[in-house]
Design a protein around this ligand. Structure first.
Ligand SMILES: NC(=O)c1ccc[n+]([C@@H]2O[C@H](COP(=O)([O-])OP(=O)(O)OC[C@H]3O[C@@H](n4cnc5c(N)ncnc54)[C@H](O)[C@@H]3O)[C@@H](O)[C@H]2O)c1
Length: 257
């Protein structure tokens, strides 16, 4: 196979959680540009209509399935619906996530649980339920969106539950990669740095916070959401055929200092 066609996702079927917004929306559109049909699974309709329209404009199928990824039954129903409509799932991108900025000594148990429920349990449930289908078919590629915050602590940010959840996603990714390699199911993660998505709107609008974050980023800029797309396509595609258990930092060098 020639090198460029190894990046093609023609005929593939993908589920993207958190696909109504930000990095999930950008990943969904990138996978569609590479040829995949897309199921957007998100708790919120958000921008889903316009994202689905853009994917349809590319000549690909796209469906929205309202799903709370922290609820096992909802994830099961979502997977069953995708299997029914698409007759299989080749790719899973887990981008659904939430943050919580509270000093650790004041973080309520319920706030901790909410972050873990979406960011870690949600990734586990989606990987497990989609992974079973991939194991059955002996083929699949999973890309979990973790964060550079799973490898370092963001300077001066009080986000202990978030960092712990993302560290968990990284180790879950490696664990699943080793368990499922024998079934030809690859499991990798993208660990983003600072991207301009609704997730960061508030603090990025504060010049002092923004400048402090840029100072710590060697490339001296934030990433556009679209910059996640090529990394997602690469890991999802045959171009990454011998890559599993890998954590791909897309962080403008933040963690390199
Ligand atoms: N934006 C960044 O700078 C950045 C950096 C590192 C990691 N990340 C991670 O990337 C992922 C996407 O973040 P984003 O910037 O696109 O944020 P975003 O807020 O724009 O999008 C998150 C999406 O997740 C969905 N979601 C939240 N809870 C859910 C649930 N229980 N079930 C299903 N969907 C749910 C939201 O509705 C939303 O559409 C998150 O996991 C985030 O932690 C983002």
């Amino acid at each position: 196979m020639d090198v460029m066609s190894s990046f093609s996702l023609a005929g593939k079927k993908a589920v993207v959680t958190g696909g109504s917004s930000g990095l999930g929306a950008a990943a969904a559109q990138a996978l569609a540009q590479a040829g995949a049909d897309i199921a957007v699974a998100d708790i919120d309709g958000g921008e889903a209509d316009s994202i689905i329209a853009k994917i349809n404009d590319l000549g690909r199928r796209a469906i929205f399935i309202r799903t709370d990824v922290s609820m096992a039954r909802q994830v099961e129903k979502m997977v069953a619906q995708v299997k029914h409509e698409f007759k299989g799932i080749d790719i899973l991108v887990t981008s659904a996530g939430v943050g919580k900025k509270v000093a650790a000594e004041y973080l309520a148990a319920q706030e901790w649980e909410q972050v873990m429920a979406v960011n870690l349990k949600g990734v586990f449930l989606c990987c497990q339920k989609v992974g079973r289908e991939m194991i059955r078919r002996k083929s699949g590629s999973i890309v979990n969106i973790s964060s550079m915050s799973g490898t370092i602590v963001n300077k001066d940010r009080k986000i202990s539950a978030y960092c712990a959840s993302k560290g968990g996603v990284i180790m879950l990714t490696k664990s699943l990669a080793t368990e499922w390699a024998r079934y030809n199911v690859r499991v990798n993660s993208i660990a983003p740095g600072y991207f301009t998505t609704p997730f960061n709107d508030k603090w990025m609008a504060d010049p002092a916070m923004s400048e402090a974050a840029l100072e710590l980023t060697p490339m001296k800029r934030f990433a556009a959401p679209e910059e996640i797309g090529p990394a997602a396509v690469f890991l999802a595609s045959g171009a990454a055929s011998f890559i599993t258990g890998h954590i791909l930092l897309v962080d403008g060098g933040y963690t390199a200092w």
